[in-house]
Design a binder for this molecule. Sequence first.
Ligand SMILES: [Zn+2]
Length: 245
Amino acid sequence: MMPMLTIAFALLSGAADLARVFVSPEPQSAPISFYFQNRHDEQSFMLLDDTGDVRPDVLKAFSHFVRCWRTEREKQMNPRTLEIVAAISRHFGDARIEIVSGYRAKPYGAPHSKHFLGRAMDIHVDGVPAKVVAAWVWKSFRNVGVGYYPKQEFVHVDSRDLDVRWVDTSQHGESAHARFFGRLPTDELPATAPLLAYDRARLAPVATASALATAPVAQLELKSTMNAQLALSTIQGILDEQTVR
Ligand SMILES: [Zn+2]
């Protein structure tokens, strides 16, 4: 049997997302310019189609572009992560994106690195401080990991189940020293937050938060589980952390 709290979480976060269902991002109108730092490679990609989805053929080409620079191995990137990166470029005036790190093959990362899964990218947005980028991603999207590296001036972005953000003040080559923060599933995103096509396709309009409000037992259990989730996301963040670029 599916645990009641799992269902409650799904309903609650689904309800909050539904409120944003009409605030879809504009279709991508121009290719995004990318620069892969370690390979000194510059290429442009029209990542999204008219509905905001990542184009399958471009996903393949882009995955090759962000392949592991140490091993030349590649893996298909997570389309949701690419949508977030496209949204970042769009939000900051169709900015050029410098890629510090895309897919990384083992052992070049922490044991649970999202880079191994093709779900993470470390980026710098041309002309925009990393702090500003990290803050915008955190307030605009759920189901994300957002790492801010002030000394190295880049932002780590990934797609994951539990939201976590961190600030890592290490210099390049130093071991990580980061502070982690979670987020409650009840924290709502601003109405202006873009809704990813990837998420839109998976939203099912089946329940509202008010339905939960009339279920005292669910509320009570939800409260303790939210605290547990905060702790869990922090632990997950620590496990995922890495300094390898
Ligand atoms: Zn990273």
